[in-house]
Design a protein around this ligand. Structure first.
Ligand code: NAD
Ligand code: TYD
Length: 349
């Protein structure tokens, strides 16, 4: 039986990857290693936690001794590394956790794989990263795999650093690796500090929707299950040492996206049209706010035959439905640590 270690599997994207792999590969053992920070939530995996090929391990990727023991206990064939601090605003408020988890944590995993996989074949370390490493675009152009790195927030700088280290371990030590850099994801289970679920939550509670600056910034949105499908494909068929960009060809200006969401929410909540739009509140811009991200996914489309399967209309409708039907999930994740963090950093929202 093959064994795959997935880090950060209790988070947003990781939970979709785990569900997909458990379902598609019942003969593969999946180890989910997650520290369960504020962003990790085992409720995300309730439906598959009883699967015989699934094992959860609560641990920090900063614990190098534990990782070594884990690789001694199991013959691990592959790693899909998603564990990270993932929110730009938090990285601006407190960069250190990003340096530790995203850089040091990744190096711990690389060192462990290097030691355990010496003289072994058929192993793979798959590093999941972001398009934010490429910096910010003007009104024209797309990020390709050849675009020079130019990270501009502590989050993107920490991810860029980890990408470089993964490539360095491949080049210097011959560690078998593959990488992907993806655009903004949305969908069920996303922690409501990110734009779309934060706006949905605030609209439900008739609270202001904070739009940074003038809302002119542009992001390329991809439905999370399409990202999970790309991750499974790259893990199985990606070429060793190669990087794949993943995007939705779906650019939206923040303010237009929020207005669309407001219209959908009014309809679903049977509110008078225009009710939610009144909640839009322009607030102080994010420091160093990147203007535009957009991905050229030609490589993964041409070489691995991947393309997004869900339109934005379908994905957004499904996402809104999911949050409306999972209000308990929302209440659980927005209480406790998350709430007090936000109140301390930003005051009431
Ligand atoms: P998330 O914040 O929802 O989940 C991160 C998970 O990692 C959580 O379950 C958390 O408990 C776990 N974790 C954090 N620190 C840990 C540590 N020290 N040890 C063990 N576990 C730890 O993040 P996400 O949005 O699911 O992103 C997953 C990955 O994908 C990240 O590497 C992120 O950089 C990348 N990514 C995200 C997006 C996006 O739009 N969300 C886009 C491109 C790439
Ligand atoms: P976010 O979901 O934090 O993702 P990222 O910063 O990684 O792209 O933010 C998406 C965009 O929405 C970004 O341009 C910042 C903006 N934004 C707001 O305008 N208001 C908000 O409350 C948040 C969280 C984000």
């Amino acid at each position: 039986m093959k064994t795959i270690l997935i880090t950060g599997g209790a988070g947003f994207i990781g939970s979709h990857v785990i569900r997909r792999m458990i379902t598609n590969s019942p003969d593969t053992r999946i180890l989910n290693l997650d520290q369960l920070t504020y962003a990790g939530n085992l409720e995300n995996l309730k439906d598959i936690e009883a699967s015989p090929n699934y094992h959860f391990i609560r641990e920090n990727i900063l614990n190098a001794a534990f990782l070594e023991k884990l690789f001694n206990d199991y013959e691990i064939d592959g790693v899909i590394h998603l564990a990270a601090e993932s929110h730009v605003d938090r990285s601006i408020a407190d960069p250190m956790a990003f340096i530790n988890t995203n850089i040091v944590g990744t190096v711990n995993l690389l060192n462990t794989c290097r030691g355990a996989w010496k003289d072994k074949n058929d192993k793979l370390f798959y590093h999941i990263s972001t398009d934010e490493v490429y910096g910010s675009l003007g009104s024209e152009g797309l990020f390709t795999e050849e675009t020079a790195y130019d990270p501009r927030s502590p989050y993107s700088a920490s991810k860029a650093s980890s990408d470089h280290l993964v490539r360095a371990y491949h080049h210097t030590y011959g560690l078998p690796v593959v990488l992907s850099n993806c655009s903004n994801n949305y969908g069920p289970n996303q922690f409501p500090e990110k734009l779309i679920p934060l706006a949905i939550n605030n609209i439900i509670h008739m609270k202001p929707i904070p739009v940074y600056g003038k809302g002119d910034n542009i992001r390329d949105w991809l439905y999370v299950e399409d990202h999970a499908a790309a991750i499974e494909l790259i893990f199985r068929e990606g070429a060793e040492g190669r990087t794949y960009n993943i995007g939705g060809l779906n650019e939206w200006k923040n303010i237009d996206l929020i207005r669309l969401l407001c219209r959908i929410m009014d309809e679903k909540l049977e509110r008078v049209p225009g009710t939610s739009e009144k909640l839009i509140t322009f607030v102080k811009d994010r420091a160093g706010h990147d203007l535009r991200y957009a991905i050229d996914s030609t490589r993964i489309e041409a070489e691995l035959n991947w393309k997004p399967s869900v339109t934005f209309e379908q994905g957004l409708a499904h996402t809104v439905e999911w949050y409306l039907h999972n209000r308990e999930w929302m209440e659980h994740v927005t209480s406790g640590a998350y709430q007090s963090y936000y109140t301390t950093q930003y005051g009431e929202r």
